[in-house]
Ligand binder design. Structure first.
Ligand SMILES: C[S@@+](CC[C@H](N)C(=O)[O-])C[C@H]1O[C@@H](n2cnc3c(N)ncnc32)[C@H](O)[C@@H]1O
Length: 300
């Protein structure tokens, strides 16, 4: 028997806490994006005015301890780890006992293969692809957002399935795990570029693209993007999508198309208005209260 302790921590402190927990005697530690839970567990995502980095501001640090440890001993280990990681006190946590043989299953069973369309599946590495003939993107949950389980990602993936044509160029603005760019490349796009403001996301996306043998160029968003693209997809949040309207729209080639996600139904008008001087947008699809806005730059 093991004791699994799930601690809530700010993402930028999660790694330090993870290291400190190992030092303090944990048998294993994993870090999960706290926003990868249920809708109710994701209060920040999509709240008007919330900064984009808040998407993975909160992490769950899950540490496994020997079940023989008594509560006082466990409390002392947690306190030592919290102190070593620079916390004033032990962050909020919950514990549960886990039968040894169920541990791996417990963690992995939360992430089953996700069918986006008949053509496209997202498959965790420990699963067999349910349809070997489909495009199967291998992605495991990690620190970068984008496993296909969130409706905003799904809306973008469905759009890519509809609009990618052989050899077209695609910009994935706010690539996170790289899931959208990888999907675009696998669907037949030519030049695919993914950019992100978070260097860790760029690194994760690089790893994921390599693992999927997907030709996707990935770079930090501070690096200027000179090109324009046939397709531009951005799953960020309402406020940054409004602020970034001139920058993102400038990357859409004449005749090219754009899809924006990360917008709640109630926020559609705000984004449409911000984009009106650049590209006219309309609601293309909706899923669980989230919408996808789409537009086309006039041109050839
Ligand atoms: C919701 S995640 C989307 C990840 C992935 N594209 C998907 O659809 O699942 C938003 C991503 O946008 C990035 N981001 C936020 N603001 C940005 C900005 N101003 N420029 C570039 N990337 C940004 C975040 O770091 C994050 O990786």
């Amino acid at each position: 028997m093991w004791i699994s302790v799930t601690l809530q921590a700010e993402a930028d402190k999660a790694e330090a806490l993870s290291d400190a927990l190992m030092e303090a005697g944990a048998l294993s530690v994993s870090i999960e994006d706290a926003d990868a839970g249920t809708e109710a567990e994701r209060p920040q995502f999509g709240e008007p005015g919330h900064l984009p980095t808040a998407l993975w501001d909160h992490s769950r640090v899950i540490a496994l301890f020997d079940g023989a440890a008594d509560p006082a001993e466990l409390g002392a280990m947690l306190a030592e780890a919290a102190r070593a990681a620079g916390f004033d006190a032990v962050p909020p946590f919950s514990t549960e006992t886990v039968a040894e043989q169920n541990w791996v299953q417990l963690t992995q069973s939360q992430f089953d293969p996700i069918r986006i369309t008949d053509r496209l599946w997202i498959v965790p590495s420990w699963h067999e692809a349910p349809d070997a003939d489909a495009i199967n993107i291998e992605l495991d949950p990690g620190m970068a957002f984008g496993t296909g389980s969130h409706p905003t990602t799904r809306l973008c993936l469905e759009w890519l399935c509809e609009v990618v044509t052989p050899g077209c160029s695609v910009l994935d603005y706010g690539c996170g795990s790289g899931i959208l760019g990888i999907a675009a490349a696998k669907l037949g796009a030519g030049a695919v570029l993914g950019i992100d403001i978070d260097e860790k996301a760029v690194e994760a996306a690089r790893d994921n693209a390599a693992r999927n043998h997907a030709a996707v160029r990935l770079q930090h968003s501070a690096v200027p993007v000179g090109d324009t693209f046939d397709l531009v997809v951005a799953n960020i949040l309402t406020n940054p999508l409004c602020v970034l309207a001139p920058a993102i729209s400038a990357r859409v080639a004449p005749g090219g198309r754009v899809a924006l996600s990360g917008v709640l139904e109630t926020q559609a008008a705000q984004v449409v208005e911000a984009w009106a001087p650049h590209i006219a947008l309309h609601v293309g699809a909706a899923h669980e209260g989230w919408i996808r806005l789409e537009g086309r730059r006039p041109g050839p």
